[in-house]
Design a protein around this ligand. Structure first.
Ligand code: ADP
Length: 629
C-alpha cells in the first residue's frame, strides 16, 4: 500500500523538475532568438547606414571640389575675347558641356542664336533665356537642417534641459573653463549634436517641415522607400526629403553668393549649371556634362559589391549609376538603407541593398523553425514520456493494490471452509450427532466445503502456472454434451439446496471437441460458481449448449444483477473485482474469469459476456468443434 503515496509526489516532481524548467527554457530560447534576430538586423542596418552616409558625404565633397575646380578655371576669363576663352575651356575640361556668358542685365552673350549654335547650345538658350532675364523662377533646393538650424538647436535644448535640467551646471564642464566660455563650448557642442540627431527626432522634424511650408517652401518627396523594418525605420517619415525647395529668380540666387551650382530639371533630367560672378556684373558658367559628372562619382564609390551588400548611387530617375555584374534586376527604389546627398543633387540618393534580401529572413526563419520543431519534439517526448510513466505507475499501483486485496481474500476464502470442515469433523469425532440424516448432511457439507477449497487452490495454482507458462493441457476427444451434463448434475443438488432452479438445455446428444476435460470443467465451474455467487434475487441458472459447424457455444445464464456496463471490459483482467455492493459482500479472488478465459483461449476459443435480457448475465464459453462431429 506504500506505493500509493508515491503517485502524486511523482506527478508534482515531474512537473517541477522536468516540465516547468523545459517550458521556461523554451520561452527564454525563443525570446532570445527573436531578440538576436532584431539585433543582427539593427547591426546590419547601422553598418550599412554608416557606409551610405560616408558615400553621400564623399559625393557631396566631390561636388564642392568640382565647384572649386570650375571656379578656378574661370578665374582668369579673358575680358576682351571671352568667346575663345569659353571654347577653349569647353575643350579642356570634360565637365564643361555648354559654357556661357550672361550680361549684367541677364542677356545671354554667349552662346547666341546668331553664331550657328550647336544642338546643345540651342537647347540651353531655349531653356535658360527667360530664367537669366529674371522672367521665370526655378526651384532652388536647400537643406532643411541648415535652413532651420537655429530652431532645431533651440528645440533640442528645450527638450534636453527639460529632461536633464541640471546639465548646464555640471561641474565637469566648468572644471577648467570660466563659466562663460564653458557655456559657449557646451552650446556649440550641443548645436552640432542637435543637427546630427535631428533627422531621427520626429516631432522636431515635423515642426520644422510645417514651418517651412508656412514660409512658402515646398517639401521635396524622396523617391526611395526604405525596405528595413526596424523600429527606427518605422517611426521616421520615409517620404519627406531633407531638402526643401523655394522658387527663386536668377537675381535672387546671385544675391546669395558669388558662385554656385544650380540644379535644373529639364525634360525629366537633371542638368547642373555652374555659375560665377565676374567683372561688370557679368556671369560666366557652364552646363555640367552629366556623363562626366557620373563618371567622377562612380570613381569615388567604394567596392560596391560584397557578398553581403550592394552600395551604389541612384540618380534623379531612381536608376543606379553603376551596378555589379550579374546582379539581376530588382526594385532599386526599395533599398535597405538610403541617404540623400546634396541640395545640388536633389533626388539623388546613396543607397545600400542586401545582396540577398531574402537570405536574412530565410535564415532567421529557418533557425526559428528548427527551434520550434526542437521545442515541439521536446514537449511531445516529455509529455509522452511523462504520460507513459504515470500510466504505468498507475497500473503498477492498481496491480499492487489488487494483489494485496487478493492475498486478504484468499486467506479469508481458505479460512472459512477450513473452519466449518473442522467444526463438523470435531462434532462427528466426538459423536455428538446422533441423527443419521444430520450426520449425512454434515458429511455432504464437509465434501462441498472441501470442493470449494480444492477449487480455490486449483485456481490459484493454475493461475501461477499460467503466469509462468507452465500450464499443460492433455487434449482428448470429448463429447461436450456429456461433459456438461455430468458437471451440472454434479452441482444440481447443492444448487437446488441453495434455492436455485437449474436447467440443462441442449438439442443435441453429441458435440465432439478436442479438449482438456479437467481444464474445461474448471472453466465451467468458475462460471457456474459466479452465477451462484452473484445472483442476488432471481435464483435460476441455465446451462445451454448450441453449436454450428465449427463452434460449440456453452452458455451459463443467471438472473442476477449482471455486470455493470463500465466493468464489462475489465472483469477478465486478473484480480479484478467489480466495485459494487454485491461483489463486496461475496468473497472472491478476482481470478475465476481470468483463468476461465485463458483456458478458453488456450483451446483456441473464447469467453464472452453479454447482459441477459430481463436482467442477469450470459457468459458464453466458445470452443472449436472437432471436424466431422
Ligand atoms: P471473483 O468472483 O472471485 O470476484 P471473477 O474473476 O470470477 O472473480 O469475477 C470478476 C468479477 O466479475 C466479480 O468480482 C464480479 O463482480 C463480476 N462477475 C463475474 N460473474 C458475474 C455474474 N455472473 N454476475 C454478475 N457479476 C459477475
Amino acid at each position: 500500500m506504500k506505493q500509493a503515496g508515491l503517485k502524486p509526489h511523482l506527478g508534482i516532481f515531474f512537473i517541477a523538475a522536468v516540465l516547468f524548467p523545459s517550458i521556461i527554457l523554451s520561452v527564454i530560447a525563443i525570446r532570445s532568438l527573436s531578440r538576436e534576430e532584431a539585433f543582427i538586423e539593427k547591426r546590419m542596418h547601422d553598418t550599412l547606414l554608416a557606409e551610405v552616409t560616408h558615400v553621400s558625404s564623399v559625393v557631396a565633397a566631390e561636388l564642392n571640389t568640382i565647384e572649386k575646380e570650375l571656379n578656378s578655371n574661370t578665374a582668369h576669363l579673358n575680358r576682351d575675347n571671352p568667346e575663345d576663352f569659353l571654347k577653349a575651356w569647353e575643350k579642356q575640361n570634360n565637365l564643361v558641356e555648354v559654357p556661357f556668358l550672361v550680361s549684367g542685365t541677364g542677356e545671354i552673350i554667349y552662346p547666341s542664336y546668331e553664331t550657328n549654335p550647336s544642338a546643345a547650345e540651342k537647347t540651353f538658350l531655349d531653356w535658360n533665356r527667360q530664367f537669366f532675364r529674371g522672367e521665370v523662377k526655378i526651384p532652388v533646393y536647400e537643406n532643411i537642417a541648415v535652413a532651420y538650424k537655429d530652431e532645431i538647436v533651440k528645440d533640442d535644448n528645450r527638450n534636453y534641459y527639460s529632461d536633464k535640467s541640471e546639465r548646464r551646471k555640471s561641474p565637469e564642464v566648468n572644471y577648467s573653463l570660466s563659466q562663460e566660455s564653458a557655456n559657449i563650448v557646451g552650446e556649440q557642442y550641443q548645436s552640432q549634436q542637435a543637427i546630427n540627431s535631428w533627422e531621427q527626432n520626429l516631432p522636431i522634424r515635423q515642426k520644422i517641415y510645417d514651418q517651412a511650408k508656412q514660409t512658402g517652401k515646398s517639401i521635396v518627396m524622396r523617391q526611395v522607400q526604405i525596405e528595413g523594418k526596424s523600429e527606427k525605420d518605422a517611426v521616421l517619415p520615409q517620404k519627406e526629403s531633407m531638402f526643401v525647395s523655394e522658387p527663386l529668380s536668377f537675381n535672387q540666387i546671385l544675391s546669395k553668393s558669388n558662385s554656385g551650382i544650380i540644379p535644373r530639371s529639364i525634360n525629366e533630367n537633371l542638368k547642373l549649371i555652374f555659375w560665377r560672378k565676374t567683372e561688370g556684373g557679368r556671369v560666366v558658367g557652364c552646363v555640367i556634362n552629366q556623363a562626366a559628372l557620373k563618371d567622377r562619382i562612380v570613381g569615388l564609390l567604394p567596392q560596391i559589391y560584397s557578398s553581403a551588400r550592394i552600395i551604389t548611387v541612384l540618380d534623379e530617375n531612381g536608376k543606379p549609376l553603376i551596378l555589379p555584374k550579374g546582379v539581376g534586376s530588382r526594385n532599386w527604389q526599395r533599398p535597405f538603407v538610403a541617404k540623400e546627398i546634396s541640395s545640388i543633387l536633389p533626388h539623388w540618393e546613396a543607397v545600400a541593398y542586401l545582396a540577398n534580401p531574402g537570405m536574412v529572413k530565410i535564415e532567421a526563419g529557418a533557425v526559428t523553425f528548427i527551434m520550434w520543431a526542437l521545442i515541439m519534439i521536446l514537449f511531445i517526448s516529455i509529455s509522452t514520456g511523462g504520460f507513459l510513466v504515470l500510466k504505468s505507475l498507475r497500473s503498477e499501483m492498481a496491480l499492487a493494490r489488487q494483489k494485496t486485496t487478493f492475498v486478504a481474500n484468499v486467506s479469508h476464502e481458505l479460512k472459512t471452509p477450513l473452519t466449518s470442515i473442522k467444526m463438523f469433523a470435531e462434532m462427528l469425532k466426538e459423536r455428538r450427532v446422533a441423527d443419521e440424516a444430520k450426520k449425512e448432511k454434515y458429511l455432504d457439507l464437509m465434501v462441498s466445503e472441501t470442493d470449494r477449497l480444492a477449487r480455490l487452490i486449483n485456481n490459484v495454482l493454475d493461475f501461477s502456472r499460467m503466469e509462468q507458462g507452465r500450464k499443460q493441457y492433455v487434449l482428448k476427444k470429448e463429447n461436450i454434451i456429456v461433459l456438461c451434463r455430468e458437471l451440472i448434475e454434479g452441482q444440481r443438488l447443492r444448487l437446488e439446496n441453495n434455492g436455485f432452479v437449474v436447467n440443462f438445455i441442449t438439442d443435441s446428444n453429441e458435440v465432439m471437441a478436442e479438449i482438456d476435460a479437467e481444464a474445461i470443467k474448471q472453466a465451467l465451474i468458475n462460471l457456474l460458481s459466479n452465477a451462484e455467487k452473484y445472483s442476488d434475487g432471481g435464483k435460476s441458472i441455465d446451462l445451454e449448449i448450441t453449436h454450428d459447424a465449427s463452434r460449440v457455444y456453452i452458455q451459463v445464464k443467471d438472473k442476477g444483477k449482471g455486470v455493470p456496463a463500465a466493468d464489462v471490459q475489465k472483469i477478465f483482467k486478473e484480480f479484478y473485482r467489480c466495485d459494487d455492493s454485491l461483489t463486496a459482500r461475496v468473497k472472491g479472488t478476482g481470478l475465476g474469469l481470468t483463468i476461465a478465459s485463458r483456458i478458453a483461449r488456450d483451446h483456441s476459443g473464447d469467453i464472452v459476456y453479454k447482459a441477459r435480457e430481463g436482467g442477469g448475465s450470459v457468459f458464453t464459453l466458445i470452443l472449436p468443434v472437432k471436424a466431422g462431429s
